[in-house]
Every structure is written in structure tokens, then in C-alpha cells.
Design a binder for this molecule. Sequence first.
Ligand SMILES: [Zn+2]
Length: 342
Amino acid sequence: MKAIVFHQHGAPDVLKYEDVPDPVVRHNEVLVRVKACALNHLDLWVRRGLPNVPIPLPHIPGSDISGEIAQVGSDVSTVRVGQKVVLAPLVSCGKCAACVAGIDNRCRQATNLGYMIDGGCAELVRAPEVNCLPYPENLSFEEAASIPLVFQTAWHMLVARAELQPGEDVLILGAGSGVGSAAIQIAKFFGARVIATASSEEKLQKGKELGADHLINHKTQKIRDEVRRITNKRGVDVVFEHVGTATWDDSLASLATGGRLVTCGATTGYDAKLDLRFLFSRQLSLLGSYMGVKSELHTVMKLVASGRLKPVVDRIFPLAEAAVAHAYLESSSQFGKVVLKV
Ligand SMILES: [Zn+2]
């Protein structure tokens, strides 16, 4: 098969379009003929290389996959050859205490398709049967591939971790990112008031179309000042963080008493400062979140199929142009998902 492969870590030009052997399915796995694979910031980190994460090389990246089932292993019983499918990105052991409790994102063996194992930037990918999600028939393959990772992450952050309640105020950073555009929709679905930030008027306008009630241009406005103004000096109940160092101080300063900050990433850096007096006197909660659990994705897929949540596709590139697509995602000029068509 054809695949995007890198043999060493580095800039986008390490991504090569090559012939590689077809994957061989195990008894509990399916082989998927990939139709689309959406990119995530994770793909950029994996390509550049992460300290203390020995990614097996050569490596095929790509976590968000849609396609058709090409072959099934001998124990597979819930999907059939020819069926359209979207894959849940998280691959866990399925046997440990966390997995049997349904909190597979706490499995110590868990990884993502395209992270410690080969992913979907290829004509074929193998995945466990349990990762097969029902295909929302109202979506193209490119739209379907844009759903799993960002919607699962945003859902787990807002619903499971921050326990967002109707009527609460939520600050969503980076409306133009995949996870931000998903978070706006989920927060509105739960009846929250959404304040969204972005780096341009064009992105803010698109955030508004997704349902954001108030907009902050973080290039020209100070986030904490605007949040104070919009909330009558109260602050927000929930801050949705994934930016890291660049926004951390503003995120903390934007919280109301009893507020919760939930974070899933640090695209601008890992270092953060915290005034402990502020943490206890304001009774704040700092919540880390990683991916989500498979049952949440089944819920998300139902809401997508009924049109309540929508994928946001920015640009589609051919698989062979993965390096160009990576460079484009790195430039942060997108609104929503960058997708490779296979
Ligand atoms: Zn497990």
C-alpha cells in the first residue's frame, strides 16, 4: 500500500509518500480502507519527536480515520466487510481495571492510532473491532474523520471533568482550533454562555456562527479584562484550556470563585505559574484531561448523526501532500480541521 512514513523526527519534509507492506489483522481487529484522515496537533508532536516517548520508526502517523472495512479478523462479529466506519483513536488493552470500568483513557497501555502504533495516513490501517464507531450517514468521509479526537477530547473536558452546567459561563480559548470549535458547540448544547477567543476577526466570526455568545480577539484585546467586562467582574465558571504558557495567567485570572480550569494541552509551552493563595482563597479546581472514553464517542456520534454537533472542515489535501498539510496546520491559519483525502 501507499503510506505517509517518517524514518526520523524533524520538520514536515521528513514525511515521505512511500510503498509499505499491507498491515496484517489480528483475530480481534479490522482492516480499514482509509478514505480520509484528519490531522491533529498530536501529529505535529509525534513527527517532531517527544522527550521520553520512543516512537517506533519508521512510523505512519494519523489518528482520526474514516473509511470502509476491507477485512475482518476471525473473532470480529459486530462489523462486516464493505461497511463504512469511523475509528475511535484510542487503543487500550481492554483487560485492565480501568478498561473494564469503561475509563479506557486511564489504561496504562493506552495509545492512539498514529502515536505509538501505525496510524491512518495510509491506504490501509488495522484497528481493534471495539474502535469501530457507527458511521453518521449525513457526513462525507472528510467530515466524519474530523470528528473523533477533537470532539471526544472536548466532550470529556467539559462534561466529564468540568461537569459543565446549564447557564454557566465558559471561556473557550482558540475557537479556530479543532478542539475549540468542538467545545463551542458542546458548551452551547449544554446550555452554557460561551465566550470564545481567536486571533483574527475572521475566525471570531466563524466562532460566532458556531454559537459563541461573546468574542475576544486575543491579538488586540486582553482576555482577563474582556472576561471581567462581559461577566460584570464575576469571571467564568469554566475555562477551556489547551494553549498553555501563552494564556495560562489570563485563564486563571478569568475564573470566578469556585471556577474550574480544565486543560488538555500546551501548544505554546509547558511552564505555568500559580499563586497558591489564589487557588485556595478562590476555591478553584485545576483539572487535567486526556482524550476521552469510547462511550462518550458513541454519544457524540449520535448527536452528529442528528445534526446537533457538526464537524468543521477547514481544508482538504491529498494524502501525498501530507507534508504541506502539516506545514499549514503548524502555521495556525486554519479554522477547524485539516484533512487528508486518501
Ligand atoms: Zn487497559
